[in-house]
Write a protein that binds this ligand. Structure first.
Ligand code: MLT
Length: 302
């Protein structure tokens, strides 16, 4: 088959696919580049970082299979995929574990001032008595979006001795019961905002969640809350967040996703000392990407 791999995936999977297929790797291309590389392709494999628009899809008359090597489908025109009757496969599960762990990496780094401690020590400053932090244990962990990533984050919170609550877009009694069995309480979003000491965001980006965390939502939050965003940049109004980080209403923010992502982009949040900014690496563990790579191969072969 003619395959376009449009984002970096596990290299072993690319090598394996090359054994039986005609594989082009053209990573993170512009719309124009995508339109030209996809023209004779039957399979597209991609992650975040590119936009699979209706224009791009209309350049691909032979396309039969699209494999999203990850979770989010905010960067693909799903209506156009359906219109062209192309099969779309999402490989969401393996990355979820990595994103849930990343949520804790950010919460722990913020609550123990790890970035500052490291920076000062490298300058020869032994800041032992300046850098006191906070425990996660005993605190309230709120999760916006108890899908697979949010639920795994919640389970880890429970194991950490946190009081875990969260919300979903479409709550049902069945969902509430399933979560309760894992020690996670399903409640309204307003309660999650009001109660959380740590707030982890893992909702998909769509018309209901764009700017979900705006100045109004922030005003409801507990003063001193620590926020981590592992979802999509568009879910948080970064101007409102900036203000709340300056005022201290939000004590710290760990942002793995950003309103404006890519090489050379510097978020205004980088001006603030109480942020940790990472380049959308939540799902990027070798283990998860290897697992995703295997599923991508199976999907194409079958
Ligand atoms: C995802 O949606 O799985 C993440 O954005 C990871 C990625 O594809 O880069």
């Amino acid at each position: 088959m003619n395959i376009l791999i449009a984002s970096p995936i596990y290299s072993g999977a690319i090598e394996k696919l090359r054994e039986n297929h005609d594989v082009i790797c053209a990573f993170d291309g512009s719309q124009e580049e995508l339109c030209s590389t996809i023209a004779d392709r039957e399979v597209l494999v991609f992650r975040s970082g590119i936009q699979v628009t209706a224009d791009v899809l209309s350049c691909a008359p032979n396309l039969r299979l699209i494999v999203r090597a990850g979770s989010g489908i905010d960067n693909i025109d799903v209506a156009q995929v359906e219109k062209q009757q192309i099969k779309l496969i999402r490989v969401a599960e393996p990355g979820a574990k990595a994103v849930a762990e990343m949520s804790f990496a950010l919460m722990l780094a913020l609550s123990r001032n790890l970035m500052e401690a490291d920076r000062l020590l490298r300058q020869g400053h032994w800041a032992k008595h300046e850098l006191t932090g906070h425990l996660l244990n005993g605190k309230v962990l709120g999760i916006l979006g108890l899908g697979s990533i949010g639920t795994l984050t919640g389970e880890r919170g429970v194991a950490w001795g946190m009081d875990v609550l969260g919300c979903v877009g479409n709550p049902t009694q069945e969902k509430a019961d399933g979560l309760a069995a894992k020690g996670i309480r399903l409640c309204e979003m307003s309660e999650v905002l009001r109660m959380s000491d740590y707030l982890s965001i893992s909702v998909p980006l769509n018309s209901n969640t764009r700017n979900l965390i705006d100045s109004e939502a922030i005003a409801v939050m507990k003063p001193g809350v620590c926020l981590v965003n592992l979802a999509r940049g568009g879910v948080v109004d970064e101007v409102a967040l900036y203000q709340a980080l300056i005022s201290g209403h939000i004590s710290g923010a760990g942002m793995d996703v950003h309103a404006d992502e890519g090489e050379g982009k510097i978020s205004p949040l980088a001006e603030l000392p109480n942020t940790i900014l990472t380049p959308h690496i939540g799902a990027s563990t070798i283990d998860s990407q290897r697992e995703i790579g295997k599923i991508v191969i199976d999907a194409i072969e079958s």
